[in-house]
Write a protein that binds this ligand. Structure first.
Ligand code: NAP
Length: 287
């Protein structure tokens, strides 16, 4: 089996390359821009992969609000270019979407969002990804749409840090941290995500899947677990988010769960705290 990984220099892309090993062909942003439909089609005709894993995204959420054109060019139309070109060569496509397709209600909702729950995005990023999901499904019957959340991986993203790394560094240098309690999510280790994506492509699964580490936490709980597992003895100060003009609204509650994984015989990802502990060990940040 051969697998083309688009966005191969990213944090998820790096773990996908590792998990697929010799089967994977990496493509960085410099090799291919998903917004260029002609180039995407030509590249897929040349490589004829069995699967295309499209991790490319414009995901700086506040910048998406200021630049919806670019957001849709990459997250929706770019996703469609890849899905259509994959269909033309008989390849399956995996599109990575986001928990930010959800948003309206807080933790009082009482249960995480499963695949059957209708999206209600609060920001341009979420709307563009939701549009991407639909364009991908329409362009290629052999599609996997994977909604995931709060990614961190050992191949640190282009931002230069992951959330847990940032928390450890700030806690060590400033001796204090202040993190919001009013946004909850299901943080996810990209190594676990990549392994589950491989299990799905190995089974030739299709459709929409929510893939996150199990459980949920607020960003404050995520930060508190991180410093505790890193052996740093500080209390993380709770705070609440303050909406700022021209910035994207964040969902108060975007925790995900999967009702579909079990139906295709793939085990759920492990609980988020275990996955975080492993990540901190791998980065040499654990106590
Ligand atoms: N990070 C999260 O917390 C999170 C949460 C939910 C969903 N997701 C989704 O998960 C996927 C992977 O995220 P990630 O954290 O691994 O992102 P990442 O580290 O930023 O990697 C994204 C990759 O895509 C490339 N890229 C960007 N624009 C492109 C374009 N127009 N054409 C081709 N390649 C392009 C980037 O290259 P350059 O850096 O060189 O531009 C980078 O290699 C994305 O689809 C994202 O929307 C992420």
């Amino acid at each position: 089996m051969s697998v083309l990984v688009i966005g191969a220099t990213g944090q998820l892309g790096q773990d996908l390359l590792r998990v697929y090993g010799d089967e994977a062909v990496p493509l960085g942003h410099g090799d291919l821009d998903v917004g260029d439909g002609v180039a995407v089609a030509a590249r897929l005709r040349e490589t004829k992969p069995d699967w295309v894993l499209n991790t490319a995204a414009f995901h700086r959420v506040d910048d998406c609000e200021l630049n919806p054109t670019l957001s849709f060019a990459v997250n929706a139309l770019g996703a469609a270019n890849v899905a259509r070109a994959a269909a033309e060569v008989g390849a399956g496509v995996v599109f990575f979407s986001t928990d930010y397709v959800y948003g309206g209600v807080g933790r009082e909702r009482g249960r995480p969002h499963a695949e059957g729950d209708p999206p209600d995005p609060l920001n341009v990023y979420g709307v563009s990804k939701w549009a991407g999901e639909q364009l991908v499904a329409q362009a290629n019957p052999r599609h996997l749409v994977v909604r995931t959340a709060g990614l961190y991986g050992t191949a640190t993203s282009r931002k230069g840090w992951t959330f847990p790394e940032l928390m450890v560094n700030k806690a060590r240098t400033d001796g204090k941290l202040k993190v919001v309690t009013d946004q909850a999510l299901s943080p996810t280790n990209t190594a676990d995500l990549a392994a589950t994506v491989k299990a799905l492509t190995d089974r030739d699964a299709a459709g929409l899947f929510h893939l996150t580490n199990e459980g949920e936490c607020s960003w404050h709980e995520f930060a508190s677990a991180t410093v505790e597992l890193a052996g740093i003895d500080i209390e993380v100060e709770p705070t609440v988010s303050t909406p700022a003009p021209r910035k994207a609204r964040r969902p108060p509650y975007s925790a995900l769960t999967s009702e579909r994984l079990v139906r295709v015989g793939v085990p759920p990802l492990r609980p988020w705290r275990e996955a975080l502990a492993d990540y901190l060990r791998a980065k040499g940040l654990a106590a």
